[in-house]
Design a protein around this ligand. Structure first.
Ligand code: TK8
Length: 339
């Protein structure tokens, strides 16, 4: 009996040691965060991803490691979103527009001419309306941390300068994969084709599509000037990017680890917006130097485009819910000092 007890004790000690060893090893194995994004490393998205990665590593004392993987190497936005929901990938940054199929409220940001400037965008996105939209992601298995700036979108194509609505007729235009973008550009008379961003360059190169719309920064960093001759300044919508975490993975983090990610996310947001705006300020001259032909819409034609696009507002309001729509309009009115 005594002997039995002694060997049992020995066995327990060995087991205890083994489990302490395992816990020890786990504590010192850094948490690996696969962070995917769609643009290349030299883009504003790539630069900010690097800032985020460094901030996480520093604040966690090396216990959390971000492996930033760009150029859609982990798949286009929609594929990464599913990987996050399933827990196969930890984080990503991507367009809010491609999230609409998962969280209908994201369609709010696709409202044409919603923001007049970046001050309005920052205030609404970082305020209660922006937070309400982020919160909606949770029930779908995603945690939204912050919005980055993709920017005001402008048209490019290989056919002709777009100076008025009618110039869009018959132009095969790639749009982001969502019904608001599809409806908006159909309304404007273009032949709108939804396509993932990762397929866009080669689609333009092979003339599968004639054009696309994106902020100056992206037209530059993705070298669209190599396959697009005309750039028409439309500023038709402001696109945010959103920093997403897999909720499945997030729920297993300690409060301290969550804070590291939240703080780094805010830091990366502030860096990203500043960097993006600086680059956008120079980009038009750079694109001209690369050989693009740039035209602005006259105020009258710009107004016609705006008018025409108000048609899609009703369906966006229905999609996101009337309360959210009204809250947004009220916040904008307050920002514009209209009361
Ligand atoms: C990059 C995309 C891109 C977006 C688009 O993955 O798809 O046109 O503007 O920034 O999210």
């Amino acid at each position: 009996m005594k002997l039995f007890r002694r060997s049992l004790m020995a066995a327990l000690t060995v087991a205890a040691l083994a489990s302490t060893g395992a816990a020890f090893a786990q504590d010192f194995k850094p948490r690996l965060i696969r962070f995917g994004y769609g643009l290349n490393e030299q883009s504003n998205q790539g630069r900010a991803a690097k800032v985020f990665a460094e901030a996480v590593e520093k604040a966690s004392g090396g216990k959390m490691k971000v492996r930033a993987i760009g150029a859609a190497a982990l798949g286009p936005d929609t594929q990464m979103q599913q990987a996050l929901i399933g827990g196969a990938q930890e984080m990503m940054v991507g367009s809010t527009a491609t999230l609409v199929g998962i969280t209908a409220e994201m369609a709010l940001w696709d409202t044409p001419f919603l923001f007049n400037n970046t001050r309005e965008a920052d205030a609404v996105l970082d305020g209660p309306v922006g937070q309400k939209v982020l919160d909606k992601l949770q029930e779908k298995g995603l945690v939204g941390l912050v919005y980055w700036e993709n920017g005001f979108r402008n048209l490019t194509n290989s056919k002709r300068p777009v100076g008025k609505l009618e110039d869009l007729n018959g132009i095969k235009l790639r749009v982001m994969q969502n019904n608001v973008f599809l409806e908006s550009f159909k309304t404007l008379g273009a032949n709108a084709v939804p396509l993932p961003f990762s397929e866009l360059f080669s689609a333009m190169e092979t003339n599968t599509v004639d054009g696309q719309e994106n902020p100056y920064n992206t037209i530059l960093s993705s070298k669209f000037y190599e396959v697009q001759k005309y750039l028409s300044v439309t500023n038709h919508v402001y696109s945010p990017w959103v920093l997403l975490v897999s909720k499945k993975w997030w729920d297993g983090l300690s409060a301290a680890e969550k804070k590291v990610l939240q703080d780094a996310a805010r830091l990366s947001r502030d860096f990203e917006r500043k960097d993006t705006r600086e680059e956008a300020g120079r980009a038009l001259a750079d694109l001209k130097a690369k050989g693009m032909q740039i035209n602005e819409l006259s105020p009258a034609e710009s107004a016609r485009m705006r008018d025409k696009l108000t048609k899609v507002n009703a369906s966006i309001a229905t999609q996101v819910g009337m309360d959210l729509w009204r809250d947004t309009q009220a916040e904008l009115a307050k920002l514009r000092g209209q009361k």
